[in-house]
Design a protein around this ligand. Structure first.
Ligand code: DAH
Length: 340
């Protein structure tokens, strides 16, 4: 009798639990069979009233059935738990979406890329060099005589080093010599890169900045080539016709040397407050490569001619994006960065 009851209880439990759709239903079914007054519990409680022989047979059967029921209950509970609750998962596609904030490129990176694009289109190669530089490449190879006041033009950070004197490079010009040591003319390169100066900072001066250098060398390169390339570049960069003006200057690594200006990007040369009513904006330095620099790189003297120029990328970015203080670039201030 009891034995059949147990078998029936088990199969009914199985049938009912198979139909349960949530944890509450599942729990109720469990209680119905093995709860305090559950059907199987009753059989277990009644064991004491059975004969010794029957108890020996029914006892283990009932206990086993109870364990099975508990086990099946736990499994089914897990099964239901992992099922998707479609009610909760419903998506209202008419709700406004969550805005994903996207990063943007730093203005210096933007200008770098623009410069590289324009020069690549004119057949220039983009070259890089180390930021930690030897005294030789940063100064001596570029014809800065030892102890010459020209070195003071670029006050720098010296690095303690056991062998050679090392500096955080003050300009991108050392890459001229590094490149020429490995290549023979003709070639045209640009060198964008970070440089360092021991500056007292203000709206126009920063200790960490970016420059870019251009170097074109061949048998008969002349100042006319420089003017043409500069004009092409600045016109493409500012998206309008730009004129170039040269003024005599001095750099140890060029002879002759000049500073160059571009026609004002705001008034086009008609004179306005942006160009302090001069019609021109100062950009950077340039010149014909000094033969001593060719010799430093291992070229024979007076065999090649070339022009070089170099200037600050920050200055260019400030003109293009109308930024009033150079210190913004290295500030890490998100209010600034996010505008680009
Ligand atoms: N290296 C110079 C500086 O940082 C800039 C410069 C001037 C670069 C004349 C040149 C050049 O290539 O020809 O002040």
């Amino acid at each position: 009798m009891e034995k059949e009851k147990i078998i029936i209880i088990k199969s009914r439990f199985l049938a009912e639990i198979g139909n349960s759709r949530n944890e509450k239903e599942l729990y109720d079914i469990k209680v119905k069979f093995v709860g305090r007054n559950g059907e199987l519990t009753k059989i277990l409680k009644n064991l004491k009233n059975l004969s010794a022989v029957e108890r020996k047979e029914i006892g283990p059967l009932a206990n086993q059935a109870r364990q099975e029921i508990e086990g099946i209950y736990e499994n089914r509970k897990k099964e239901l738990g992992s099922q998707v609750d479609w009610e909760k998962e419903k998506i209202d596609v008419t709700l406004p979406g969550e805005k994903i904030s996207r990063g943007s490129l730093h203005p210096i990176t933007l200008v770098y890329r623009e410069i590289e694009k324009i020069f690549s289109s004119m057949g220039f190669e983009v070259v890089e060099g180390p930021e930690l530089e030897t005294d030789w490449y940063n100064f001596t190879a570029l014809n800065f005589p030892l102890d010459h006041p020209a070195r003071d033009m670029q006050d720098t950070f010296w690095i303690k080093s056991p062998k050679e004197k090392m500096v955080l490079r003050t300009h991108t010009s050392p890459v001229q010599v590094r490149y020429m040591e490995k290549r023979k003319p003709p070639f045209r390169i640009i060198v964008p890169g970070r440089v360092y100066r021991n500056e007292a900072t203000d709206a126009a001066h920063e200790h960490t900045l970016h420059q870019f250098e251009a170097l074109v060398v061949g048998d008969d390169i002349n100042v006319g080539h420089f003017k043409y390339i500069a004009k092409e570049f600045f016109s493409a960069f500012f998206g309008k016709q730009i004129n170039i003006r040269l003024r005599p200057s001095f750099f140890p690594f060029t002879e002759p040397s000049f500073e160059f200006d571009i026609s004002c990007t705001v008034c086009g040369g008609k004179k306005c407050p942006s160009c302090k009513n001069s019609g021109w904006l100062e950009i950077g330095g340039a010149g014909m490569v000094n033969q001593n620099v060719f010799v430093s790189a291992g070229y024979p003297r007076n065999k090649y001619q070339g022009f070089a120029w170099g200037f600050g990328i920050e200055r260019l970015a400030m003109m293009k994006y109308k930024i009033d203080d150079i210190r913004w670039f290295e500030s890490g201030d998100l209010r600034f960065i996010k505008q680009f």
